[in-house]
Design a protein around this ligand. Structure first.
Ligand code: OAD
Length: 252
């Protein structure tokens, strides 16, 4: 059966890359992006921040242009999300991935998530392709802003006069160069890639499994749904991260 076959692949793996997306954190209680875009009506001015999530409008909330139009709204929304993330715990899937490091020499987690849950579960080698919700830099010059309190009502100013923003990658922005380079190198040299909980629609993150495949790595997808990637995978395990990953760990 597929789980034991994938378990064998894992047991033989020397260099593993795990690419994760929003589905990885779903069972921790964080809704995925595509789920949040099903609502039709954008929120009015008086909508609270939770309603903004339910009606997630990337243009307003996750672009540099949106931040320039309403920096306070974007600042407050990210602070609300940070609070949401602080209240939840890594799930059994995050924990299983962290434990894999005991058995496989070289494990790199490449995540599109900004929630920090892999680190909280104990994974040590993590590349955050889309940044992190728990740090900041300034909008104009990317000066690091390590000591800024989060709970301010509006974005404070950097010493250079530019507003401080969350250190996440917004639509239309380049990924942090080091992060993408490290993820690409690891994808070129891994022998196995697990792709967990991503719709594989957002590039360049979605290019990584294709790079791994070109370099002869086996590709395993864990997702309750099919994705554009499913066709190139060696195994597509239909199920959730918190259900499947602990079962794979049991194969060791
Ligand atoms: P998406 O919301 O696009 O996709 C989530 C994927 O997780 C879907 O394929 C679901 O079927 C799957 N899924 C749902 N529940 C799951 C579970 N419990 N276990 C495993 N899989 C599950 O999220 P991403 O692919 O991460 O970018 O989206 C990529 C990027 O698009 C995000 O990082 C963000 C977004 O807009 C930026 O903010 C730049």
């Amino acid at each position: 059966m597929e789980i034991s076959q994938v378990g064998e692949l894992l047991k033989n793996a020397k260099r593993l890359v795990v690419l994760t997306g929003a589905g990885m954190s779903k069972e921790s209680g964080i809704p995925t992006f595509r789920e949040t875009q099903k609502a039709e009506e954008p929120p009015g001015d008086g909508a609270d921040l939770a309603a903004l999530w339910a009606n997630y409008d990337p243009q307003k909330l996750a672009t540099p242009e949106g931040f320039l139009v309403d920096p306070t709204l974007v600042w407050r929304w990210y602070e609300w999300r940070r609070q949401m993330v602080l209240k939840v715990e890594p799930n059994a899937g995050h924990v299983a991935l962290a434990k894999l490091e005991k058995y496989i020499e070289d494990v790199l987690i490449v995540t599109q998530n900004v929630d920090g849950l892999h680190a909280r579960a104990g994974s040590r080698n993590i590349v955050e392709l889309h940044g992190s919700i728990t740090s900041h830099f300034c909008f104009a010059n990317a000066h690091k802003a390590e000591t800024v309190p989060f709970d301010l009502p509006e974005p404070p100013e950097c010493f250079c006069g530019s507003p401080i923003r969350p250190a996440v990658v917004w639509f239309g922005e380049a990924l942090p160069q080091n992060a993408m380079e490290q993820a690409t190198r690891a994808s070129e040299s891994c022998d196995l890639m697990l792709v967990v909980g991503t719709s594989a629609l957002v590039w360049p993150a979605a290019s990584l499994p294709y790079i791994a495949k070109q370099n002869k790595a086996k590709i395993i997808e864990i997702n309750p749904e099919s994705t554009p990637l499913s066709d190139i995978t060696d195994y597509a395990l239909k199920g959730t991260a918190a259900a499947i990953l602990p079962r794979l760990l049991e194969c060791f």
